[in-house]
Design a binder for this molecule. Structure first.
Ligand SMILES: *Cc1c(COP(=O)(O)O)cnc(C)c1O
Length: 381
């Protein structure tokens, strides 16, 4: 099995499993308990908090709040910021993950007003496009760091600067970026930032929200006093430890891994464009994630292609895993200007830490075979 769906989720690294095992077997105390076992669980969490803070350039570890996933972090950041905001307006984009989009739709139902910025043809959101939507009553800008379907990286530092100049809070869904791109919440003027551990080789079901010191947002849940009384619930100690380990590993290896993974992706693109006729790239050739690529193959519907790829041992995806199975065309590709049919002839391959150049060559052979076969039996192509 060749796994080219690292944007959907990743395999947990052995070093990461190693780091969480003692927590599951020995250090099972409740981090809020005052006896020794509780205190040591607490200190493991605080170590992970430092690791996460330093990975994103946060000034203080206490700016990191652990959550249950990227989706919770997005919901909390947006709902919590708007609940305490003076203005009733926020800006987001048409290409956000559903964790952001559906949260914004909910806010609209509650009487808030939301502007959805349209991306350029490559899926990119620029500061200029965001600036056009700023109003007197704009309280929040939420623009994702990098897109999960096409890999396009947005103009985050410029949007952060714009938000700061206007006194508007800036949230970014950095779930695809954390561990893969250098992030600096200070230099980029980010006030709120969401990450999810399972996108960088730690387990599913744990995430974090960075909340800049001095920024107040409402809580999402009621309960205990965990996470400085901002996010109740007994901490998922083992997974939090794993997230800290995985993120610091990713950051320390980022330079070499970016080079290696980009080289694999470039090789993949070069061969696909040379060996399969009539193929298009959905995304941005310059501002992009190292491992993610989205191709359009006219005449080869994505459902048929993905099914055949699976049978041949290649795991890829039609866009976002979260909406897979839904027969709808990708909202990201539609926002980029593709027709419904074009969107339904597009697939995403996302390479990562575990992949090798040999796998890329094998994947090209499989893809070539599958696309040409499906085209040859298509009545309309
Ligand atoms: C995966 C993903 C999420 C959701 O994270 P979960 O931890 O799976 O809830 C949110 N935003 C983006 C951009 C993602 O890729």
């Amino acid at each position: 099995m060749i796994y080219f769906d690292n944007a959907a989720t990743t395999k947990v690294r052995p070093e990461v499993i190693e780091s969480m095992l003692p927590v599951l077997s020995e250090e099972y105390g409740n981090p809020s308990s005052l006896y020794a076992m509780g205190r040591s669980a607490h200190s493991l969490i605080e170590k992970a908090r430092k690791q996460v803070a330093s990975a994103i350039g946060a000034k203080l570890p206490r700016e990191i709040f652990f959550t249950s996933c990227g989706t919770e972090s997005d919901n909390w950041a947006i709902t919590g910021a708007m609940a305490l905001a003076k203005g009733k307006h926020m800006i987001t984009s048409m290409v956000e993950h559903h964790a952001v989009l559906y949260t914004c739709e909910r806010l609209e139902e509650q009487g808030f007003s939301v502007s959805y910025v349209k991306p350029d043809k490559t899926g990119r959101i620029t500061a200029e496009a965001v600036a056009k939507e700023i109003r007197e009553d704009t309280a929040l800008i939420s623009i994702m760091y990098a897109n999960n379907e096409v890999g396009t990286v947005n103009e985050i530092a410029a949007i952060g600067k714009l938000a700061r100049e206007h006194g508007i809070l800036f949230h970014t869904d950095a779930v695809q970026a954390a561990g893969h791109l250098p992030i600096d919440v200070e230099a980029e003027n980010i006030d709120l930032l969401s990450i999810s551990a399972h996108k960088f080789h730690a387990p599913k079901g744990v995430g974090a929200l960075y909340i800049r010191d001095g920024v107040n947002i409402a809580k999402l849940m009621r309960g205990g006093a965990q996470e400085r009384n901002q996010r109740p619930g007994t901490e998922n100690t083992a997974s939090i430890v794993a997230m800290g380990t995985a993120l610091s590993l990713a950051v320390s290896e980022m330079q070499e891994e970016t080079a290696r993974i980009s080289a694999m992706r470039e090789h993949l693109e070069k061969r696909i464009f040379a060996e399969i006729p009539d193929v298009y790239l959905n995304g941005n050739r310059e501002h992009r994630l190292p491992g993610t690529v989205n191709f359009r193959f006219p005449g080869a519907g994505s459902d048929a292609v993905l099914l055949s790829l699976d049978m041949e041992g290649l795991a890829a995806s039609g866009g976002s895993a979260c909406s897979a199975g839904a027969a709808e065309a990708s909202h990201v590709l539609l926002a980029m200007g593709l027709s419904e049919s074009e969107a339904k002839h597009s697939i995403r391959l996302s390479l990562g830490h575990m992949n090798t150049m040999e796998e890329v060559d094998q994947a090209v052979e499989i893809l070539k075979r599958v696309v040409l076969r499906i085209r040859s039996i298509s009545p309309v192509y």
